[in-house]
Ligand binder design. Structure first.
Ligand code: HEC
Ligand code: HEC
Ligand code: HEC
Length: 425
């Protein structure tokens, strides 16, 4: 049989070839066991080897990112502001800050994290997305902390693309909000004495990764706020010192929420039960005492509307339709009035968030997440997936525009909601 496939002369070579292969393996094993391989980060890869590795990396990314579809609004100011704030928190630690360069520790890594403000080597949005979502093996580039929602990753893609053109002063404003332009004196919240609540493994995997990777929750990680007690300055960068968010970005308004709901949300982010890379990396560095303190601080701020302007233009007729959904529901389709639950925001033990005066883009995004299954609940009660499942995009836009336009504790809204709640009892 073998003779039919291979001519005679080749068969003569088969023995020596197998022997050479085995000898090669033995030599390779001897080199590995001897330890002469130099894995020091201080010895850079030879240029041709580095070029080869980079080629393998680029081909792998191109292959795996082929089917992705970038959203149309990748360069919207909201996405860029969201991405910028998270970049300053997490990515600048390795990739550097526009106008300020990288520090000696970043430059001592192999492979060296590219200075993204100078150059994005990958010019394809899909490739950048894939790298951000999955990270790069055998390099320091981490995967995204949660894999269940892509909207936040696309916002980061939108921001990363602006880096090469971004001046330092503009970056500072977009990444740090109002606190970037001067000190804001906010009260400190002490870390407290008994921080460890439970054993923590990883956002993305339940499989223990070996003892060296375990850490107790919360981790007093790279963000110093966990240790210094300077928690609120960090929150203020995205949510504003008064909790009402910023003029740009889909940052939720915290001033309208109850302390119960804020506490429940932060605890859910920290445990990974509610997914957001932007908030999980913050919340899991807070102790229970700091979570309580932040909840009390923001819930005590004057109740005001979100500072943000909406990106979507919703026709007036739709806003009226939104009011109908909010206060009466859509009986024919078995959609109950939203206010039936949400008007109880300040009175019920269940953690109902107040929607009046919330950031419009944030409301739209959250309902789409509920509908797609990308938002976990804060307490053990979460009827929202079932509610959002029945709503069309137009209805989500309409009811969000209605709620965003309301003064948080305006007399007419409270009256309409009060009547509704009484009618239900
Ligand atoms: C601990 C260090 C570290 C952190 C934190 C980090 N990166 Fe990276 N990143 C790297 C390294 C190292 C590479 C180079 C990988 C390679 O070429 O093998 C890289 C590669 C990249 C690339 C591909 C660059 C290109 O053009 O080819 C992008 C884009 C990127 N990172 C963005 C980010 C963003 C956005 C964040 C924050 C969410 C981030 N990185 C966080 C270390 C880091
Ligand atoms: C890097 C920007 C950023 C920082 C810093 C930040 N947040 Fe957030 N926060 C967000 C974003 C974005 C969301 C929306 C997350 C989502 O899409 O689920 C959010 C959501 C929240 C929510 C849930 C709101 C709701 O209506 O459900 C709470 C509560 C919250 N943040 C509190 C805090 C506190 C307290 C701090 C400071 C310790 C803080 N955040 C720091 C960006 C930030
Ligand atoms: C049966 C009670 C109930 C009804 C009816 C209801 N909700 Fe909710 N909703 C909740 C609860 C509870 C949460 C908090 C979920 C969690 O644990 O994070 C919530 C959360 C939300 C959020 C997220 C708010 C934030 O700050 O993150 C939005 C947006 C929302 N609901 C919109 C609506 C709209 C619009 C309607 C009507 C079409 C509606 N809800 C009807 C109970 C309800």
């Amino acid at each position: 049989m073998l003779r039919d496939i291979f001519p005679r002369r080749l068969i003569q070579w088969l023995g020596p070839l197998v022997f050479a292969a085995l000898a090669g393996l033995v030599v390779a094993a001897a080199i590995v066991v001897s330890g002469v391989f130099n894995l020091a980060a201080t010895t850079p890869h030879p240029q041709t080897w580095a070029d080869f590795l980079h080629y393998v990396f680029k081909r792998s990314v191109a292959f795996h990112s082929g089917d992705l579809k970038p959203p149309a609004d990748l360069d919207s100011p909201n996405r860029i502001a969201l991405g910028a704030a998270h970049y300053a928190n997490v990515c600048a630690n390795c990739h550097g800050t526009p106008g300020l360069g990288q520090n000696p520790i970043q430059l001592a890594m192999t492979p060296r994290p590219p200075y993204l403000p100078a150059q994005i080597v990958q010019d394809d949005d899909k490739a950048i997305f894939w790298i951000l979502k999955h990270g790069v093996k055998y390099s320091a580039m981490p995967g995204w902390p949660t894999q269940v929602r892509d909207d936040e990753i696309w916002s980061m893609v939108g921001f990363v693309k602006t880096l090469p053109k971004l001046r330092y002063d503009v970056y500072r404003r977009v990444a740090f909000g109002e606190t970037g332009s001067g000190p804001v004196n906010l009260p400190r919240i002490d870390f407290g004495s008994s921080p460890a609540l439970r054993r923590y493994v990883s956002f993305n995997s339940d499989v223990p990764q070996g003892n060296v990777n375990h850490y107790d929750w919360p981790a007093a990680g790279p963000g110093e706020w966990g240790q210094t007690g300077d928690v609120l300055t960090t929150c203020a960068r995205c949510h504003g010192a008064a909790g009402t968010g910023r003029a740009v970005g889909a940052f939720p308004n915290l001033a309208i929420l109850s302390p119960t709901y804020i506490r429940a949300s932060l605890t859910a982010f920290a445990s990974g039960k509610r997914q957001s890379a932007y908030m999980q990396t913050i919340a899991d560095q807070l102790s229970p005492a700091q979570i309580d303190g932040a909840a009390a601080y923001f819930a005590a701020q004057p109740k005001a509307k979100s500072l943000a302007a909406a990106t979507f233009a919703v026709p007036a007729a739709d806003v009226a339709y939104g009011a109908q959904i909010a206060l009466k529901g859509l009986e024919a389709r078995h959609i109950g009035a939203c206010a039936g639950c949400h008007a109880l925001a300040d009175t019920d033990v269940r953690a109902y968030p107040r929607l009046n005066g919330q950031n419009e883009d944030y409301l739209v995004n959250q309902m789409k997440l509920f509908r797609a299954g990308g938002r976990g609940n804060s307490l053990n009660y979460n009827p929202m997936a079932a509610v959002a499942k029945n709503l069309t995009d137009r209805e989500i836009g309409a009811v969000s525009a209605y709620y965003a336009a309301q003064t948080p504790y305006g007399a007419s809204v409270l009256k309409a909601e009060g009547k509704l709640v009484q009618a239900q009892r």
